[in-house]
Design a protein around this ligand. Structure first.
Ligand SMILES: [Zn+2]
Length: 262
């Protein structure tokens, strides 16, 4: 029976190619403790990085909001420039028409025939109709321009305030990012010290497992279960954890098992 248990265990360990032939020495517990600590630090660093990303995201939205406000104001200013130009063109047309009317009125005095008089009269009346339409259009433009000027003044003031505010808010967020970075740096330093107790090969295994197992490469084994995947650990394997002779992985999720049994 003893032999069969042993072979079962070896078979499981062999299935894990990395640990094939891996022999633990006396300080297995020290290595496992270090690995557990490293995982704790890594989880903390991950959380800090998520917080940093969140802050960067907030900075991006603040900047985006500012860009949108600037583009909005630019749009209004372009609209104003277009209206101004159109108004200027209409004013020029109006001046030309008014000039034509004056000239025709002067010419009228020298007209001899009734037919000619009527023709010039028709010209003048058409020109007057044209000028009154132009005047109407110019008035509409003035109303639009006035409204636009009010809106632009309003939005310029808002933008200035938003710019001030955004600078302050971005600075605050970036200061937070920096403070978090200091925590990450000190965690990384601590990790480096702890990692000295773990062989490079085991660290490499841990890193790839962590990537595959959503950040958790080390799992607690308790009451016959792997707390990483909540699956039952075969009794023989579980017993071997108590012996603490070799590194044992969960047969279901391949996480490195650490026994936590009172
Ligand atoms: Zn497991």
């Amino acid at each position: 029976m003893q032999v069969r248990v042993r072979s079962f265990h070896i078979q499981l360990i062999s299935a894990d190619s990395y640990f094939k032939g891996y022999r633990e020495d006396d300080d297995l517990k020290k290595k496992l403790d270090a690995l557990e600590q490293i995982q704790g630090i890594d989880i903390q660093i991950d959380a800090l990085k998520i917080a940093q990303n969140g802050l960067h995201g907030e900075v991006d939205s603040i900047r985006k909001e500012l860009e949108v406000a600037r583009a909005d104001l630019d749009g209004l200013q372009a609209k104003l420039a277009k209206l101004d130009l159109e108004k200027k063109e209409q004013e020029e047309c109006l001046a030309v028409e008014q000039d034509n009317i004056r000239r025709s009125e002067t010419n009228m005095k020298e007209i001899k025939t009734n037919k000619e008089f009527q023709a010039v009269g028709r010209e003048i009346s058409a020109a007057r109709k044209q000028t009154s339409e132009l005047e109407e259009q110019i008035l509409q433009k003035i109303t639009l321009i006035d409204g636009l000027n009010v809106e632009i003044a309003d939005k310029s003031a808002n933008l200035a305030e938003l710019e001030q505010n955004s600078i302050k808010r971005c600075e605050e967020k970036l200061a937070e990012v920096e403070a978090i970075q200091k925590d990450i740096d000190s965690d990384s330093e601590r990790r480096e010290i702890v990692a000295k107790d773990v062989p490079a090969s085991l660290l490499k295994r841990y890193t790839s497992l962590r990537a595959q197992r959503r950040g958790q490469a080390v799992a607690i084994a308790k009451d016959g279960y792997c707390q990483g995947c909540n699956m039952h650990i075969p009794p023989q394997l579980y017993n071997n954890l108590f012996k603490a002779e070799e590194l044992i992985s969960c047969p279901h999720c391949q996480r490195v098992l650490i026994l936590k049994q009172p």
